[in-house]
Design a binder for this molecule. Structure first.
Ligand code: SAM
Ligand code: ZN
Length: 282
């Protein structure tokens, strides 16, 4: 029941127009000033306001490719590690988890499966993502919002914020974390999918990414821990097509993708390599 999921998280949300607390009635969220936000038929609520945002996030085709790749379980070891990290991020299990740039909601759902009582909130600026995330888990609600604007969330609400291959607005994330809250971040290392970069002209991971992450978070967060998750995958041509189509190289050389994949081994050994870092709010 979508309304129940949204009802569970409504007290943590803030009206994007006036910052007031939101309540839920029938199929909408509303504040005391009568700003009203309808719950979409597909189960998410849009808290995007003002001029149409330039951000539209991932397309439906990218979400389909991402869901297919995740369903094939190639990133299951990453999801398992995320769930363990989120579950042990604080002394007591988190009661509220927000995933920013949640996409399909795959990692949020893995964390909720591992942590019995917690409620989850998936936030994404892409409508196709918000639709999928609304169905990701019985304890997850889905909101449409732009991570680069002020988040429509009251201060100090979430025990854990999660960012997996997604945008990070350090100041806003620090604001919405509860005292003692943790920020769990997954970033690719330069070895992630590296075997595919040249044959498919994919955008490579910048080797300074981890340093830049530390830089953007400094002043707001202190790193407590990080773990490298690295393992070999065996990807078929269909898997390779999905992993390219779901990421930042989706629009890049898309027309020649099939021709470029054809000569590759089927299946092909490909490395998955990410860092999971846990931060404490300063
Ligand atoms: C690479 S995907 C990762 C999705 C998911 N965390 C996963 O790993 O499966 C990045 C996600 O961030 C979303 N995104 C991009 N810009 C955003 C923004 N400004 N605000 C919120 N979400 C955004 C995209 O729509 C996309 O779903
Ligand atoms: Zn309002």
């Amino acid at each position: 029941m979508v309304e129940l999921q949204l009802a569970a998280i409504a007290p943590m949300l803030a009206c994007p127009e006036c910052g007031d607390i939101l309540a839920i009635r029938d199929r909408s969220l509303f504040c005391a000033q009568r700003h009203n936000f309808d719950i979409a038929r597909q189960g998410y609520v849009s808290l995007l306001t003002g001029a149409a945002t330039k951000m539209s996030g991932d397309t439906a085709a990218m979400l389909d490719a991402r869901a297919a790749f995740q369903d094939a379980r190639h990133f299951a070891p990453i999801a398992d590690a995320v769930a363990t990290t989120v579950g042990s991020a604080r002394q007591s299990p988190p009661r509220s988890i927000l995933e920013i740039g949640a996409g399909t909601g795959y990692y949020l759902a893995a964390a909720l499966d591992a942590i019995g009582e917690a409620t989850g909130t998936a936030l994404d600026v892409s409508k196709p993502a918000a639709r999928r995330a609304a169905r990701a888990h019985p304890r997850a609600a889905s909101i449409l919002a732009d991570a680069w604007r002020g988040l429509p969330i009251r201060s100090g609400q979430f025990d854990v914020v999660l960012s997996v291959f997604a945008p990070r607005n350090a100041e806003e994330i620090a604001r919405i974390l509860a005292p003692g809250g943790r920020f769990v971040v997954v970033t690719p290392t330069p070895r992630h999918l590296s075997e595919l970069i040249e044959p498919l002209s994919m955008i490579s991971v910048d080797a300074t990414k981890q340093d830049r992450l530390a830089e953007t978070l400094s002043g707001h967060f202190t790193e407590l821990d990080h773990t490298l998750i690295e393992y070999p995958m065996s990807l078929t041509h269909a898997d390779i097509s999905n992993v390219v189509a779901m990421g930042p190289s989706a629009h890049h050389a898309a027309d020649t993708r099939a021709t470029r994949i054809a000569p590759l081994p089927d299946p092909m050994p490909i490395t998955a390599s990410v860092t999971i870092s846990t931060y404490r709010k300063d």
